[in-house]
Ligand binder design. Structure first.
Ligand code: AMP
Length: 329
């Protein structure tokens, strides 16, 4: 049994982060947004648009700004209720960067350098921003700032969550109970949506032709699904190893409709079913997005209100951290 000094918050609070490096896609909807929306009645959640993380690789300033606003707009359109789930832009709550620095003072260089994502991204060549090395510490600050108890994590983020836990425990034991130690939770839906053109790769904001954007027009969605990779086996069944493309299509259909397709249908018929199911879910998001996008001041107001709502918690955490580590009040 560990007897770590920690804070025990009264509420379950969950933090879900999105990086505004591109446009939200079906993977984001099924893997992150839907679980977030489904938990709105039972869990205090914060939807964080992590714009500072978008600067760890070469970036286009106007694209980050555009993407930040667009992501907020899509979240609203998809059903995130900002009254219950504040939508917060990371850079608009200054405590994120302040806490980042204090946590760097309890983190070791080696802890950051061994992060798999750092190794992978820095191996791509070109100049490496120092922030790419240190951003898992910023991510720890994002989590610890809000007394977060639960962080939905996919496997690729496990290492970053572990770092957040390690830093929280270390800080607490050196400087007194300051942070809540968060737990990782698997999202209710274990959806992991793969790229339709390359079903061995996770669908991502920057993957190419096999990505279904939540704002894609119907004909683009139809074409993307029509061109989805299948196989010569000809059977509609889940077999991730031998039939990753078909398995992904079945998984998407099951996530969207709650049912499995008949195994007697052709791949073309399966694709038609998937197209109809995607369109049924995406069409209302597209329509509501158009309404919200016509009023960017409203969306900016939602973000200002979101930051206002969470700031007191952030300020309280910072105050404990400053005092603990030896700074003047
Ligand atoms: P990101 O797009 O990396 O900013 O991720 C934002 C959220 O969406 C995270 O909670 C991810 O786990 C989730 N997510 C991203 N891509 C996928 C995918 N292909 N399938 C399921 N969930 C995803």
């Amino acid at each position: 049994m560990t007897t770590t000094v920690t804070r025990t918050p009264a509420v379950t609070r969950r933090l879900t982060g999105f990086q505004p490096t591109g446009r939200l896609h079906l993977g984001n909807l099924l893997g992150a947004l839907r679980p977030l929306i489904a938990a709105q009645d039972t869990t205090e959640s914060i939807a964080l648009i992590a714009d500072l993380h978008a600067m760890t690789m070469e970036h286009d300033p106007s694209a980050v700004r555009r993407s930040t606003l667009e992501q907020a707009t899509v979240m609203l359109a998809a059903g995130v209720d900002p009254e219950r789930t504040p939508i917060v832009v990371q850079s608009q709550v200054r405590e994120h960067t302040e806490l980042h620095y204090l946590l760097e003072c309890v983190a070791a260089h080696g802890e950051a350098a061994r992060m798999i994502q750092f190794k992978e991204k820095s191996a791509a060549g070109g100049p490496i921003r120092l922030s790419l090395l240190t951003y898992p510490v910023l991510m720890a600050a994002d989590i610890l700032l809000y007394d977060t108890t639960q962080v939905p994590v996919g496997e690729d983020q496990n290492q970053h969550l572990e770092l957040a836990r390690t830093l929280a425990i270390r800080f607490n034991s050196r400087y007194g109970p300051t942070f809540t130690v968060p737990e990782g939770v698997r999202p209710e839906s274990a959806a992991r949506i793969m790229d339709l053109a390359e079903p061995s790769t996770k669908m991502g904001k920057s993957t190419g032709t096999g990505r279904i954007g939540l704002l894609d027009p119907p004909e683009v969605i139809r074409r993307t699904i029509a061109r989805a990779a299948t196989d010569p086996i000809g059977l509609v069944r889940r077999d991730r190893e031998n039939q990753p493309g078909v398995t992904n299509l079945i998984g998407i259909l099951a996530e969207l409709t709650g049912r499995e397709p008949s195994d007697a249908i052709s791949y073309a018929a399966l694709k038609r079913e998937v197209t109809d199911a995607v369109e049924a879910v995406v069409a209302p998001i597209r329509a509501r997005h158009a309404e919200f996008a016509a009023d960017p001041d409203f969306v900016r107001g939602v973000l200002a209100a979101g930051a206002g709502k969470v700031r007191p918690t952030a300020a309280a955490t910072m105050s404990r951290a400053r005092r603990g580590i030896g700074l003047l009040d």
